[in-house]
Design a protein around this ligand. Sequence first.
Ligand code: NAP
Length: 251
Amino acid sequence: MTEASIYHALLIGWFALAAVTFIALFFITAPYGRHGGRARGPSVPSRLGWLIMESPSVLVFVVCYEIGRPGLVAWIFFLLWQLHYVHRAWLFPFRLRAPARPMPLYVVGSAFFFTTVNGYLNARWLTALGPGYSRAWLADPRFLVGVALFLFGFAVNQHADRVLFSLRRPGESGYKIPHGGLYRFVSCPNYLGEILEWCGWALATWSLAGLAFALWTIANLVPRARAHHRWYRTTFSEYPAERRAVVPFVY
Ligand SMILES: NC(=O)c1ccc[n+]([C@@H]2O[C@H](COP(=O)([O-])OP(=O)(O)OC[C@H]3O[C@@H](n4cnc5c(N)ncnc54)[C@H](OP(=O)(O)O)[C@@H]3O)[C@@H](O)[C@H]2O)c1
């Protein structure tokens, strides 16, 4: 068996698992953050949880780039990926206002598994198992629109998370209604931004690994946005009625 045949089998399983996850998460809300009250079993403080579960995204990419044959375009993808993941793994955890909130170990473990496989599938495609990208790809509309969408999504995600962090003073752990930016339209613009980012990534890389990641992000975040949205509406009687969960004017 070659690595390429294992890779393709893994990719098919990965698409199937994303579909199962999407359906399952409409019935089970991952028990962390505001939905963590029903969690059972061992847990770790959320700051440590985020560090553990997101670090493979950074490290697996570094290892795959070290052992692969990345060209110029692959290095641009490396920069985009690390722009997101160095922040998510190593800066975001230190911005949390309630870093001691317990996060179940099985949530951390399943996310660790996800980021490891996802990093492998994307980085190996870009540096070894894909056909490679010529420099002409830099002028291809899929690359240009995809990168623009990625950067726009990144900005939306960053802004939305900054608004959430600003709602708590140091030491506070309660919840308030967020306002400003895309909160005018949806309850979870951070999730919307994240979905746009990885749809942009799928377009710019024009790869099945990128598409699988975009679908996984939708599978994780659309049901969670629905749960957040319902929670806001039942918790705050004055919650803006016109707000949708994650897609402005639609859902
Ligand atoms: N690619 C993926 O599949 C994926 C999956 C999950 C998350 N993410 C990304 O990871 C980031 C964090 O995700 P998350 O699920 O933790 O997002 P979240 O539920 O929106 O929470 C983000 C942070 O803001 C705090 N917060 C949320 N709403 C608040 C409110 N109304 N008032 C005060 N503080 C509030 C949360 O505190 P508490 O923790 O105390 O609730 C948490 O520290 C997001 O940018 C998301 O896009 C990506």
